[in-house]
Design a protein around this ligand. Structure first.
Ligand SMILES: NC(=O)c1ccc[n+]([C@@H]2O[C@H](COP(=O)([O-])OP(=O)(O)OC[C@H]3O[C@@H](n4cnc5c(N)ncnc54)[C@H](OP(=O)(O)O)[C@@H]3O)[C@@H](O)[C@H]2O)c1
Length: 263
């Protein structure tokens, strides 16, 4: 193994992507901790090697044990659309709350959002806007990060394994025409990004096209443009979410994470 094993916390670990991230992280030799809301359910879903920490990202007081001594975070959490918790509370504030309890630790971060996240589409209670705000708070937080915006899950054909990393988020039909990708490959990309220096400070859309899977993701990460230092949006993103028009609470959060990053 060419990388140093780390302690990796997976947030969203019982989800359709998170479960695969946990397995991939274990397979790559990392000590792997799962933040879960229901330990009994998680024990049934996750490999025995996974450490479980019971917490809820909407309740910051539950989070410190989950982040204790972590070297890396993989964030694949998502609101379930049931109306019990909003995209603001989970997809955005959940990420903010995790960053807020780090207490000086500086883990490597891999955040999953979605292709089309910059489209300003109002579907799903402005889910994509809240996911974009989660990206922004990660960029503002001063940690080393990679942000992965996958296309449509598991809608690829068996011959579509060739990874394609895109930037500019220009595919905005809101349908699988924007790109497809297997859940397994999303998990591989998220976990491999944690130990790839070429992936640091980069944001990209992730899809798969006809062809075999790559042996080494390093050249794909290396070919990406890095996000500009201090920028809220990714390299080549459309500037269509002006900070001055953002909710005051979001601007306050950005100020707070920036202040913490420079403390
Ligand atoms: N479907 C697609 O083609 C597609 C494409 C691109 C991006 N996406 C994005 O991918 C995300 C879905 O990923 P997925 O399929 O892995 O999601 P999922 O199966 O719905 O899993 C969501 C995870 O978040 C956790 N979670 C939710 N609220 C939480 C809270 N308050 N505290 C702690 N954990 C919490 C869930 O825990 P519990 O098990 O306890 O509920 C679960 O582990 C969505 O946000 C979607 O926008 C989807």
């Amino acid at each position: 193994m060419s990388h140093t094993p780390m302690t990796v916390l997976v947030v969203g670990a019982t989800g359709s992507i998170g479960r695969l991230v946990v397995a991939e992280s274990i397979a790559r030799g990392h000590t792997t901790r799962a933040l879960v809301r229901d330990a009994a359910k998680a024990r049934r879903q996750l490999p025995a090697e996974a450490q479980l920490v019971v917490a809820d990202v909407t309740r910051p007081e539950t989070l410190p044990p989950a982040v204790a001594d972590v070297d890396a975070l993989v964030l694949t959490l998502g609101s379930d659309g049931s109306g019990h918790a909003s995209p603001e509370a989970v997809d955005y504030a959940g990420v903010r709350n995790i960053l807020t309890v780090l207490d000086g630790r500086t883990p490597r971060v891999a955040l999953m959002t979605a292709i089309g996240v910059t489209s300003r589409s109002s579907v799903y209670d402005h889910l994509l806007d809240w996911k974009r705000r989660s990206e922004r708070i990660v960029r503002a937080g001063g940690l080393s990060y990679t942000i992965v915006r996958p296309g449509w899950f598991d809608m690829n054909g068996p011959d579509e394994q060739r990874l394609v990393f895109l930037q500019g988020d220009e595919r905005r039909s809101g349908t699988p025409d924007d790109g497809v990708i297997s859940r397994a490959q999303i998990a591989q990309v998220l976990v491999q990004a944690l130990t790839a220096p070429e992936a640091e400070g980069k944001t990209f859309e992730l899809v798969a096209e006809a062809g075999p899977e790559p042996g080494d993701m390093g050249p794909l990460f290396a070919a990406l443009a890095p996000d500009a230092p201090g920028a809220l949006d990714a390299a080549r993103d459309e500037a269509n979410m002006p900070l001055g028009k953002e909710p005051q609470r979001v601007r306050d959060d950005l100020d707070a994470v920036r202040a913490r990053a420079h403390a």
